[in-house]
Design a protein. Structure first.
Length: 558
């Protein structure tokens, strides 16, 4: 047994005991930890609840029994329907932070240690009773010396140390499982634990949550229908977060909303538009839009709270996701297949014909159905099932987005049962399509492709030398049958034509870039500039470029 395992042996026993109690003793045996654990014999004879509860329910009970780290990881895992079956993710969504609030004396100690002053000197008024308590921290209402009302989130004592211990153990168990279980190796369990651990560590840093809030606030700086609470950085650290107090009604209080005369349809539209703007325009969004995290302020203003979990959609991924949305709208199987292939990691041994057939079945299922009658949850569920069936690894950013959209759909339909998220999603998809056709975006894409071609061309000599070296050393043998010679020569000719095209395209692009830069610098009024040399040269190169294309395409070997 290594030093880490010996140091945390008590926690290993607790984890193994919980698994045994809920009918997962086979997991304990298969990963091989029984040999260095001494567990009470009664655990082997206790009747597990396998007969009365589903697998998902038993997993949820194990996680809740093991405490905050496992509850949070279960909540994060519920955002991965591409890896975890729907019946299990539904149970993971029920995971609750069933923890009692910690004492006010501990709250005082943490605040004074973090902010370096007496509590009363910072907050003349501070409510001892917490507004909410969770696995990582709890929130108290207070008033600053300036008179501003704030919500103060204080991190639970020693929670960082406890969670780091659990994460260390989980990583060790994941590596053991990968070495012994085929399914664990197939899904790269160690990488998944690292991915979940990174998300959890981000939530432990309240400075990170404050930055998330400010970033989203910047997106709605000129929108009076959305308000993001202000962060008071003078009173914020890694363990204490002080934000503007939002005195509103949560979306999970429908009776109060009705009493105040708020219109559900207007709220649903504003909430949907706010999220789609975050996702499609800015690529950075609130990752946990459950009803308790969305408030309604006077004037039917939408306000978000709790920015611990956020999602990011980098430009390349946003481009591919928009391709998927557009392909879904057009019911274009080839487009869906191309978008999924580019967004996820499709295994080399994937059966592409079967994958296409599965996507055709999805298309047939929704063929002719108006967008107003389609539910995103059902469509995304079908796509994630196909991804699981073919072992396609979807990027974590995209699964967070998928989960966010599904949660959002549920919230919107509770507000307005007739609301359909696809109806709002369609114009955003069309806008994304238009953005692709903007000259500036087309130029950026062309330059990016030029750089990619340039990298490929630069690597050709080195790769050629490596292949020649392999052939010379006898490590690579090339045999060409007489009947195949013509086919091989045609293939080589196509490669040569494509290489010529790439080089020509690169040259023209560089020339265009040079002309643009030259024009931007401005011309001096000299005799030399009166001769349109650049224009004449550019015209000649364009003629040569198009003649080259014509010759290549006329040969039929591109």
């Amino acid at each position: 047994m290594n030093g880490k395992r010996r140091r945390h042996i008590g926690r290993y026993r607790e984890i193994a005991a919980a698994l045994l109690r809920h009918g997962f003793g086979f997991v304990v045996e298969e990963i091989g930890i029984l040999q260095w654990l001494s567990l009470p014999q009664r655990l082997w004879f206790e009747k597990a609840d396998k007969e009365t509860k589903t697998v998902g329910e038993r997993i949820r009970l194990v996680l809740e029994e093991l405490g905050p780290t496992f509850v949070k990881l279960g909540q994060i895992a519920s955002t991965r329907p591409d890896l975890i079956p729907a019946e299990i993710t539904r149970e993971l969504e029920k995971l609750q932070d069933r923890v009692a609030p910690f004492s006010f004396d501990e709250v005082r100690d943490i605040i004074e240690k973090e902010l370096g002053d007496k509590l009363e000197n910072i907050f003349p008024r501070f409510e001892e009773r917490s507004l909410a308590a969770a696995s990582i921290g709890q929130v108290h209402r207070a008033v600053l010396r300036s008179g501003e009302h704030v919500a103060v989130k204080v991190q639970r004592p020693n929670i960082s140390r406890i969670m780091e211990t659990d994460l260390e153990i989980l990583h060790d168990l994941a590596i053991l499982a990968e070495s012994r279980l085929e399914w664990a190796a197939k899904y790269h369990l160690g990488d998944l634990v690292e991915e979940f651990s990174a998300s959890l560590r981000a939530e432990l840093d309240y400075m990170n949550e404050g930055r998330n809030a400010e970033k989203i606030a910047g997106q709605f700086r000129h929108d009076a229908t959305v308000h993001i609470p202000k962060v008071f950085w003078e009173y914020t650290t890694g363990k204490v977060l002080t934000m503007e107090y939002m005195d509103g009604i949560k979306l999970n209080e429908p009776d109060r909303l009705k009493e105040q005369g708020y219109r559900p349809k207007i709220l649903a539209e504003r909430l949907a538009n706010a999220f789609f703007r975050q996702i499609f325009q800015h690529g950075f969004f609130h990752g946990d839009p459950h009803p308790g995290n969305v408030l309604v302020l006077p004037g039917e203003v939408i306000s978000f709270i709790d920015f611990g979990m956020t999602g990011r959609l980098p430009p390349e991924l946003k481009y591919h996701f928009s391709s998927l949305i557009i392909a879904l709208m057009r019911q274009d199987t080839d487009g869906i297949l191309k978008a999924i292939s580019r967004m996820g990691v499709v295994p080399d041994d994937a059966d592409m014909a079967k994958l296409r057939d599965d996507l055709e079945q999805i298309k047939d299922k929704y063929y002719g159905i108006p967008l107003s009658q389609m539910r995103l949850e059902e469509v995304m569920g079908d796509l994630f099932r196909v991804a699981r069936r073919h072992s396609i690894k979807i990027p974590a950013n995209l699964t967070v987005l998928g989960k966010t959209l599904l949660t959002l759909e549920g919230v919107l339909e509770k507000l307005d049962p007739e609301f359909r998220i696809f109806v709002i999603l369609e114009p955003f998809g069309l806008q994304l399509l238009k953005e692709r056709l903007y000259p500036r975006n087309l130029t950026k894409l062309a330059l990016r492709r030029v750089l990619e071609y340039g990298e490929i061309i630069k690597e050709i000599p080195r790769q050629t030398r490596e292949i020649a070296s392999l052939i010379k050393s006898g490590k690579l043998r090339v045999e060409i049958l007489g009947s195949e010679t013509k086919s091989v020569l045609q293939s080589l000719e196509r490669i040569g034509n494509r290489l010529s095209f790439s080089i020509a395209f690169l040259a023209v692009s560089i020339l265009v870039t040079g002309i643009v830069i030259g024009d931007s610098l401005g011309r001096q009024s000299t005799m030399l500039w009166k001769i349109p040399a650049a224009e004449i040269g550019f015209g000649m190169i364009l003629l040569m470029f198009f003649w080259l294309l014509f010759s290549i395409f006329r040969s039929g070997r591109f």
